[in-house]
Design a protein around this ligand. Sequence first.
Ligand SMILES: Nc1nc2c(c(=O)[nH]1)N[C@H]1C(S)=C(S)[C@@H](COP(=O)(O)O)O[C@H]1N2
Ligand SMILES: [Mo]
Length: 435
Amino acid sequence: MKGKKERGLWELYGQDPEKADADIWQRKPEPVSRRGFLKKTGLAAMALAIGSHIPFFRNMPNGFIPLALAKTGEKKIIEGKSGLIVLNDRPVNAEPPPHLLDDDFTPAGKFFVRNNGLPPDVEVKADQWTFTVEGEVHEPLKLTLGELKKKFTHYTHALQLECGGNGRAGYYPPAKGNQWKFGAIGCAKYTGVRLKEVLEAAQLKDSAVYTGYYGADLHLSGNPDKASISRGTPMAKALEEHTLLAWEMNGEPLPALHGFPLRLVSPGWPASTSPKWLKKIWVRNQVHDGMKMDRYRVPRYPVRPGAVVSMEDMAIIESMPVKSLITNPKTGIQIRRGEALNLRGHAWAGERSVKAVHVSIDFGATWVQANLKKPVNRYAWQNWSAALRFPTQGYYEVWARATDSEGTMQPMVVPGWNPSGYLNNAMHRIAVTAV
Ligand SMILES: Nc1nc2c(c(=O)[nH]1)N[C@H]1C(S)=C(S)[C@@H](COP(=O)(O)O)O[C@H]1N2
Ligand SMILES: [Mo]
């Protein structure tokens, strides 16, 4: 029989580390206060609830809920994806817990899926897939994927794609939409051609200012005249070297859920600007006004949580902000005191690069600089690692914080509330017990 001490923290409290990120942002104190923990905020009460002494207790921010006590979430499974947490099954939306994102390049089987509508049944051979370039161009194009592959130079880049709503679950009052935690980010190697070269072949008119993208997926209503989503970007983003019309992900044809046979990748921007099952590029003489162009916006100035903000006061999100993840170990690990814990993770910063990652084991009182690699190419996430030792036995948390090339740091707490819950780049943390 196992003694109480040998059973991990997680077993003791019925927590599964894979689910433990659910309330990592401290958004809801209720589940914890129900345990009578907040009422008796004392070292003894907290240590009792966690089942371990907390060496850096005095550094803990007032009212802070230890990760070990965070509320748990639900777990379901979807086909072709191992261990992803399904947030919705119609449309399909699923994300991996952070420790599944440990690979340098995210395999398709672990890559988050965000669908706004119903994916098409692609019946043609990949190379017979057609798409058009129209609007503010002198030479409208209708190309097959086969022709695209023949006519233009191929490039392979590792590119980060993050949903604008990644981290939405951290906002309070809650925003409508998928309650993404940390996993709506991935960095895969995409092979394709530069959108720039295709637009040049179509000869842009001077009036071209914005793109509008259309995919072959159906609106949830089934109405064929309605797009599920149709977003675009200013011309400058479309003309960047790393904006690819891609048909391969990690050396394989794009999987059905990720846009087979052709998608666009606008790296570093909200992934809603990276259409899957691409059928049409409409070059616009104004900001595109397609489906959900009114979404993916944030207030131009800080607003009170829960505020109603008018459309004039909202700006379209462009680059995603600086962020990092701890992908090894998995939260909830137990180690021997004095032994080195090898930490690994990734950091990225939208259009910028990451210049430093720091980690803390004392609730942010002191920080140690991690080893940080350069990106393999612009817009790839950067790998970081650190070896940490824990001075005494007890409950610790490892916090990670990235700083971008302009000196902007990730916030420790959830940043500015916004009505649709975008851009939560608060630090990631894991629970560690030293024995
Ligand atoms: N055609 C089409 N493209 C789309 C979407 C969609 O629903 N339909 N979702 C967008 C959003 S909001 C995101 S976050 C990314 C997700 O890409 P992934 O499913 O390959 O991770 O695809 C984008 N491209
Ligand atoms: Mo998204």
